[in-house]
Design a protein around this ligand. Structure first.
Ligand code: AMP
Ligand code: ZN
Length: 484
């Protein structure tokens, strides 16, 4: 078995670049917060999923046996981080005059279709939040029994004062958080502490809540809070330890903070200590967000003529921890770069039967891995593709390395180059379609004369062709023949 390289990733939990360790050697349990399926994913959401996809594939490339789990939030995610506000799923259903389940199905499918276009692998487990209601009820019951939760005003809350440390990511001041007292939001007077969050709601809070379940907590039917789903889904599929947990930076608080609070209170030990957060994609007006209503989607990029993989390249050209500003100009640059790369690869000899050059393979693979192993430097990893193209080695080795790296980068480089080659061959085959044989022969003779530097003969042939009603236009790809 290949030896797994040392990987250091910035860990939001310790605020340092930690050496990656896993609970079981060689195995890696990875959890990703999935989409809230009340609308299309915008390209900002997809930035997070692209970078997490590169991370997952890099882990696999490095030799880990990865199990990746993702939830799909189809219930209970409020429009505000406070406990008030409207359920996002209900809001989506109202907007489209559909049921919550119809909305969830439609936007879940749309999400995975976008992911497929961006070459984002579907996680090994995808679990809709509504699948595990008994597990949530069990966790809430255990938290009540252990004294970490309390009932108030028809809801079950997590009591944050019971923890030694609640604000584990450390970047938030209690004052900023004031979870229940955002502008325009009434304070939740049922809570003991400002930061307490809801584990289980009852219908009394939202009269029109469509999805609700019985629970041992209240006579009224109710539904889970947003955070509990990720703790339970992770534990169901990855056990009591999660090796790495991913999401966008906005998930750090309150979502991930609350996941840690309830999971560790429930388990009685540490749960996940490696946190990978992707910085935001912003547009010129600020953070892209679904709740703003207008946002860019993969379909919109396609309508404008962009290949979704150009957007993938745009994302991986930047470091995941830096905010990235989207503009069509920047996307055009990525498109140009993609085309150039594909053109260069298309020039390689695909029939080269030389021996693979192992020394070059080892050297460049090592460079590729080192770039990714130091906090996922994807931009530098992309630049190793240029090292491959420039390398003093045979084309078979170059093509081998390009495909090898593309397992992680997933830009379909070889496929795009093959398509380009096929298009070029077809254009060549049809170059003189519909032109009389006699004319084609003269044009070919002229090309031969030019090559032999017999310019007098070449000019003479051009004039003859002209007299017969055709113009020769010289292009970098050879002569074109245009009927006058
Ligand atoms: P949501 O569907 O709103 O639950 O978000 C899905 C994922 O996208 C989460 O991991 C968010 O943290 C992430 N996300 C939300 N907005 C952005 C953004 N503008 N740029 C990058 N990631 C984002
Ligand atoms: Zn989550």
């Amino acid at each position: 078995m290949k030896e797994i390289p040392q990987i250091r990733l910035y860990n939001s939990y310790t605020r340092k670049k930690d050496l990656l360790t896993t609970h079981e050697p060689g195995k890696l349990g990875m959890y990703t917060c999935g989409p809230t399926v009340y609308h299309y994913a915008h390209i900002g959401n997809l930035r997070s999923y692209i970078m997490e996809d590169v991370l997952e594939k890099f882990f696999r490339y490095a030799g880990y046996d990865v199990k990746r789990v993702m939830n799909v939030t189809d219930v209970g995610h409020l429009t505000s981080d406070a406990d008030e506000g409207e359920d996002k799923m209900i809001k989506g259903a109202k907007r489209e005059h559909k049921t919550v389940m119809e909305i969830a199905k439609f936007y879940t499918d749309a999400f995975f279709s976008d992911c497929a276009k961006l070459n984002i692998r579907t996680p090994d487990v995808v679990e809709p939040a509504t699948n595990l209601i008994p597990e949530y009820i069990n966790m809430v019951q255990v938290l009540l029994d252990k004294g970490y939760a309390y009932k108030a005003g028809g809801n079950v809350y997590f009591d944050t004062s019971k923890l030694d440390k609640y604000y584990v990511f450390g970047e938030h001041e209690e004052e900023d958080l004031a979870v229940g007292v955002r502008e325009g939001v009434e304070e939740d007077t049922n809570k003991k502490n400002k930061a307490d969050f809801v584990l289980w709601f009852t219908q009394s809070k939202f009269e029109d809540q469509a999805l609700k379940w019985e629970s041992p907590f209240f006579d009224e039917m109710g539904y889970p809070g947003w955070h509990i789903e990720c703790s339970c889904i992770s534990m169901k599929h990855l056990g009591e330890y999660c090796d790495i947990h991913c999401g966008g930076v906005d998930n750090m608080f309150p979502h991930h903070t609350n996941e840690i609070a309830q999971s560790e209170a429930y388990l009685g030990h540490e749960w996940c200590t490696q946190w990978f957060h992707v910085a935001h994609l912003n547009d010129e007006t600020g953070k892209m967000s679904k709740s703003k209503g207008e946002f860019l989607t993969v379909s919109l990029l396609e309508e404008k003529g962009y290949d979704p993989l150009v957007y993938r390249l745009f994302c991986i050209q930047s470091h995941y921890r830096k905010n990235l500003v989207f503009s069509f100009e920047a996307l055009d640059n990525a498109a140009q770069q993609y085309d150039k790369l594909v053109q260069k690869i298309a020039q390689l000899n695909y029939d080269d039967k030389s021996e693979l050059d192992q020394a070059t393979i080892d050297k460049l693979q090592d460079k590729f891995v080192k770039n990714l192993a130091i906090d996922l430097n994807t931009a530098n990893a992309v630049s190793v593709l240029y090292d491959v193209l420039k390398a003093d080695t045979n084309d078979r080795t170059k093509l081998y390395l390009i495909e090898d790296f593309d397992y992680v980068l997933s830009l379909d480089l070889r496929k795009a180059a093959e398509k380009l080659k096929a298009e070029q061959a077809e254009r060549e085959a049809n170059r003189y379609a519909g032109i009389p044989e006699e004319i084609v022969q003269m044009v070919e003779e002229r090309a031969a004369a030019k090559k032999a530097k017999d310019f007098a003969k070449a000019d003479e042939l051009r004039d003859k062709v002209k007299a017969l009603g055709y113009t020769i236009k010289d292009t970098p790809q050879g002569a074109e023949i245009i009927k006058d």
